[in-house]
Design a protein around this ligand. Structure first.
Ligand SMILES: Nc1ncnc2c1ncn2[C@@H]1O[C@H](COP(=O)(O)OP(=O)(O)OP(=O)(O)O)[C@@H](O)[C@H]1O
Length: 570
C-alpha cells in the first residue's frame, strides 16, 4: 500500500526526470550490450591496458593531491577574504570548467612548453615539462582544480563564519580555528570535491593529448588508450571504457552525500543555523519536555524579541547601585572592567558602555538600536569608524582621527561572546567543546579535560561529557555552551540573549546556572527579559534613541545621566 505523505514535487515532473535518467543510462546500456564478456579479462589485463590504467591512477592521484593543496587555500580566499577584484579572479580561476580541454592544453603548451613563457626558463635549468608524465599531471590539475574549489567554496559560504567567531572568542588564532574548526567542518565537502577532481583527472583527454602527447607508459593515460584502441581493436576499447565507467561510478558514489554519513548531520545542523532558525521554540520545547501550544509559542515570541524597553521601567529596584557616571571605577584610566565607546555610522550606532570588574551589566533597548553591534565591536568581529575599547585595563581598540589606531585581534582580547544559539562545534564531543579554550591557551590534553569536567560540573552538565552536540536538548546545549565560555577563563563575558532561544520553562534553570557562574565575573548580557535583569544584573544600561541610560538593579530609571554622547543617537 502506498504511504500517504506530503508531496513537494508535482507528479508530472517525474516524466522529464525519467527522460533525463534514460538519456544518461541508455548510452551506457548500449555500450554494455557490446561488451565481449568472454574475452573481457584478457583485454583488461593486456600489457598496454595495465600500463595505461596504472599511469592514469598514478597521475590522477598526484593531481588530486595538488588540487587539494592548491584548491583549499583558494576556496578559503574566495569565500572568506574581501578584496577588490576577487570576483573577476574567481571567474578566471573557474574558467577551466567551461573551457574546451584542448584550449587548456594549448594554453599549457605555450606556457610550459619548450618555447613557452615559463618553459623557456625551465629549459635553461634543464627541466623539460611538455610531453612528459609531469605534463599529464599539470593538464589534469588544470582542468580538475575548479571542481574542488567550487565544491569547497560553496560549503564554506553555507557554513558562514559563526563557528570561527566562537573559536576566536575562546582564544583560537585564525590558524588554530582553521585547523580545529573550519577544516573538520568542511571535511565532507573537501572529500567530495577531491573525489570529483579525481574522476575528472581520470577522464581527462583533450588537454593531455595536446600538452603531453600519447607515449605508452609515459603520457598515454586510459582515455588516450581507449581512443587509440577504438581504431584498431574496438572490443578492447569497449572493455577499457567499461573499466573507466566502473571507476567513475565508484568515485561518484563516494562523493554523493549520504544521509547515514556523520557529515550529513553537520550539514543539516549547519543549514538550519544558516537559515537563522537556531532551535525553534517547538523543537526546544519538545526536547525539554515543555508545552508547545500556539499560545505558548506566541508568548515565547513575545518574550524573545519584541519586548519594549519601557517594560523595565515598571520593575522595582532590588538594591541601590551607583549610576555609571558616578561609579568610582568608571572613567578612570586604570579601570579594569570594560570601557567601550563605539561609533559606527553605517549602523547609526554611537554609544558608550561600561562595566565594573566583577559585575554583570544588563544591556537593554529596542530592536535595532545597536546592542549586538556593540558586542561585535567589543569582541573584535567588527571594526568601528571610531571608538575605544578597554578590557581589563588593556586598550584593545583605539580608532579615530587622533588616536593611535590600535586593533587587537579577537583571539587576543580575552573576550568570549555567547550567542542565542549555543553554537557548539558539531564535530567535537561535549568534553572536547569545553576543553577547546584551554587547549587554545596551550594547556595539555589531560589538564584541559580535567578543567572541562570541572566546568561541566559547575553547569550541571557533566553527565553529557561523552555526547555530541546533536544529542543534546536546547537547555542542555546551552549549559554546555556556558561551561565552554567559562572554561576559556575570559576577562569579559558577553552574552547576547543567551536564554531567548530556550523554551520559557527551561529558562529558570539556566538563569540559575548563569547567576552562579557569573558571580565575580565581568559580564554584559543583552536581554529583552525583565527576569534576566532582575536576577542576573548588578547594573542595567538601556540603549535608546535619546542616549544610553543607567538604570538601577531592577531596571528602574535611577535618574542617571546619559552614558552616550549627548548629541548622539545611541
Ligand atoms: N550585518 C549588518 N549589516 C548592516 N547593517 C546591520 C547589520 N546587522 C545589523 N545592522 C543594522 O545595524 C543596526 C543595529 O543592529 P543590531 O543588530 O546591533 O541591533 P540590536 O539592538 O542588537 O537589535 P536586536 O535587539 O533586534 O538584536 C540596525 O539598524 C540594523 O539594521
Amino acid at each position: 500500500m502506498m504511504r500517504a505523505r506530503f508531496r513537494t514535487v508535482p507528479g508530472w515532473v517525474l516524466i522529464p526526470a525519467l527522460v533525463g535518467v534514460l538519456f544518461v543510462l541508455l548510452p551506457l546500456l548500449g555500450m554494455l550490450l557490446r561488451v565481449d564478456w568472454a574475452s573481457l579479462w584478457g583485454l583488461l589485463t593486456s600489457e598496454s591496458s595495465l600500463t595505461a590504467l596504472g599511469l592514469s591512477l598514478r597521475t590522477a592521484l598526484i593531481s588530486t593531491v595538488l588540487c587539494v593543496l592548491l584548491g583549499c587555500p583558494l576556496a578559503l580566499v574566495l569565500a572568506r577574504v574581501q578584496l577588490p577584484g576577487l570576483r573577476i579572479l574567481r571567474s578566471l580561476v573557474l574558467l577551466p570548467l567551461v573551457l574546451p580541454p584542448v584550449v587548456g592544453g594549448i594554453a599549457l603548451l605555450y606556457t610550459f612548453g619548450r618555447l613557452g613563457l615559463v618553459g623557456q626558463q625551465l629549459e635553461a635549468l634543464g627541466v623539460s615539462i611538455a610531453f612528459s608524465t609531469s605534463a599529464v599531471v599539470l593538464a589534469q590539475t588544470f582542468v580538475a582544480l575548479p571542481f574542488l574549489v567550487v565544491s569547497l567554496e560553496g560549503a564554506l559560504r553555507t557554513m558562514g563564519t559563526r563557528y570561527e567567531e566562537v573559536a576566536a572568542g575562546l582564544g583560537a588564532s585564525p590558524t588554530v580555528a582553521l585547523r580545529r574548526v573550519t577544516l573538520p567542518l568542511v571535511a565532507p565537502a573537501i572529500a567530495s570535491g577531491a573525489a570529483l577532481s579525481f574522476a575528472r583527472c581520470l577522464g581527462e583527454f583533450g588537454a593531455t593529448l595536446t600538452f603531453a602527447g600519447s607515449m605508452q607508459g609515459v603520457t598515454r593515460t586510459l582515455p588516450l588508450e581507449i581512443y587509440l584502441q577504438r581504431e584498431t581493436d574496438p572490443d578492447a576499447a569497449i572493455a577499457l571504457s567499461l573499466l573507466l565507467v566502473l571507476v567513475a561510478v565508484a568515485v561518484v558514489g563516494f562523493s554523493a552525500p549520504s544521509r547515514r554519513r556523520r557529515g550529513a548531520g553537520f550539514r543539516a545542523g549547519l543549514s538550519g543555523w544558516v537559515r537563522g532558525a537556531g532551535r525553534s521554540a517547538r523543537g526546544v520545547a519538545e526536547a525539554d519536555g515543555a508545552a508547545t501550544s500556539p499560545a505558548q509559542a506566541r508568548g515565547a515570541d513575545a518574550e524573545r524579541g519584541n519586548c519594549d524597553s519601557s517594560r523595565f521601567e515598571g520593575l522595582s529596584g532590588l538594591g541601590e547601585v551607583p549610576n555609571l557616571q558616578a561609579s568610582p571605577a568608571a572613567g578612570r584610566e586604570g579601570h579594569n572592567g570594560l570601557e567601550a565607546r563605539v561609533v559606527l555610522e553605517s549602523r547609526g550606532v554611537d554609544a558608550e558602555l561600561r562595566a565594573d570588574r566583577g559585575q554583570t551589566v544588563a544591556l537593554v533597548g529596542p530592536n535595532g538600536v545597536g546592542k549586538s553591534t556593540m558586542f561585535a565591536v567589543i569582541s573584535g568581529l567588527l571594526a568601528p569608524d571610531r571608538g575605544r575599547v578597554r578590557v581589563a585595563g588593556n586598550d584593545v581598540v583605539d580608532l579615530g582621527e587622533s588616536s593611535r589606531g590600535k586593533w587587537t585581534p579577537a583571539h587576543r582580547r580575552g573576550v568570549a561572546l555567547m550567542a542565542q544559539e549555543p553554537l557548539l562545534f558539531p564535530h567535537l564531543s561535549v568534553l572536547e567543546n569545553v576543553a577547546f579554550g584551554a587547549r587554545c591557551k596551550g594547556l595539555g590534553r589531560d589538564a584541559s579535560r580535567r578543567s572541562a569536567l570541572r566546568w561541566l560540573g559547575e553547569t550541571n552538565a557533566e553527565g553529557f561529557a561523552d555526547r555530541y552536540p546533536e544529542q543534546l536538548s536546547g537547555g542542555q546545549a546551552q549549559r554546555v555552551a556556558i561551561a565552554r565560555v567559562l572554561a576559556a577563563e575570559p576577562e569579559l563575558v558577553l552574552l547576547d540573549e543567551p536564554l531567548s532561544a530556550l523554551d520559557i520553562s527551561a529558562r529558570p534553570e539556566i538563569r540559575k546556572v548563569l547567576k552562579r557562574v557569573l558571580a565575580e565575573r565581568t559580564a554584559v548580557i543583552i536581554t529583552h527579559d525583565p527576569d534576566d535583569v532582575a536576577e542576573l544584573a548588578d547594573h542595567t544600561v538601556r540603549l535608546g534613541s535619546a542616549g544610553s541610560k543607567q538604570l538601577d538593579r531592577g531596571g528602574t530609571d535611577s535618574g542617571g545621566s546619559s552614558a552616550g554622547s549627548s548629541t548622539a543617537r545611541v
